[in-house]
Ligand binder design. Structure first.
Ligand code: SF4
Length: 77
């Protein structure tokens, strides 16, 4: 049985510079927000959800790749 991780993605739009890196890494999670001109977290990823290891690694990659460090991937252990 494959373990799933319980995670939530948080993105601080006040810091986002709309570079698009996060969207390039995980286009189903980080999307352009027309109303603010910044990126945002697409639900259900903005709420606590269980994801497999592959998705988790993608989220962590986006968190680390953001040039202004405004993405946080919270995890319930
Ligand atoms: S990588 Fe960071 S700065 Fe760039 S669009 Fe995503 S959240 Fe915004």
């Amino acid at each position: 049985m494959v373990n799933k991780r319980q995670v939530k993605a948080v993105l601080d739009q006040n810091k986002c510079i709309s570079c698009g890196v996060c969207g390039a890494i995980a286009s189903d999670v980080f999307v352009f927000d027309d109303t603010t001109g910044k990126y945002k977290v697409q639900n259900p990823y903005g709420q606590w959800i269980k994801v497999d290891e592959q998705v988790y690694q993608k989220l962590k990659m986006a968190e680390q790749a953001c040039p202004v460090r405004c993405i946080a991937i919270d995890e319930k252990i």
